[in-house]
Write a protein that binds this ligand. Structure first.
Ligand code: SF4
Length: 192
């Protein structure tokens, strides 16, 4: 049997990440690795090596969807992978990210107080206060953690929903990181 390479076990990473954030929200900052690494690889290498070989989330969706039978394995509607939807979703996602950074700024400036909740699907507030002891770090550091974890968990849940409805890696067809890295690779290839 072919020996597995270390990066084939990266599906464990999202499980560790969300578990850590369940006990201590400050671990949410580790999600910046998933945010920055694909961009750095695309900018420096001009390729999608992150998606192809190092994305734990992609691996996890593939694993749950194909091994557990949780996916209907149906072809997703074409509009999900259309240009307007992918770029529209990316614009929406980046707007929500910018809003989260702005909320962090308001807390840093003292205009807002720290909210120890996570927001699912940008609307549903879920109390998450047990994961943070007031005063451990600056309020803005904690606020960013709550906001970023919300974003990460929401996108995972969206990924799981489309995994169940369609094929295991349907999320990848409109994943904001995938869209951004693809765009960067295209620009780099055109400028060669
Ligand atoms: S498209 Fe997104 S979820 Fe899929 S492999 Fe790439 S970064 Fe990971």
């Amino acid at each position: 049997m072919k020996k597995k390479r270390w990066n084939e076990y990266l599906w464990i990473w999202p499980i560790i990440y969300f578990t850590l954030g369940f006990f201590n929200i400050l671990f949410a900052w580790l999600g910046m690795i998933d945010f920055l690494l694909p961009l750095i690889i695309a900018i420096v290498g001009g390729n999608k090596a992150f998606c192809n070989s190092y994305c734990g989330r992609g691996q996890l969706l593939a694993k749950i969807g194909s091994k557990s039978g949780c996916s209907r394995n149906k072809l997703a509607p074409k509009w999900l992978s259309s240009k307007w939807f992918r770029y529209g979703f990316l614009a929406f996602f980046l707007t929500m990210f910018a809003n989260m950074v702005f909320q962090t700024y308001l807390v840093a400036a003292g205009a807002n107080s720290l909210r120890e909740v996570i927001k699912l699907f940008w609307t549903i507030r879920v109390p998450w206060g047990w994961t943070y002891t007031a005063g451990t770090v600056s309020n803005w550091v904690a606020q960013f953690s709550f906001g970023f974890y919300s974003l990460m968990l929401t996108s995972l849940l969206l990924g799981l929903i489309v995994m169940a409805l369609y094929r295991p890696k349907t999320w990848c067809t409109f994943c904001p990181m995938g869209t951004m890295t693809q765009g960067i690779c295209k620009i780099k290839a055109n400028n060669k």
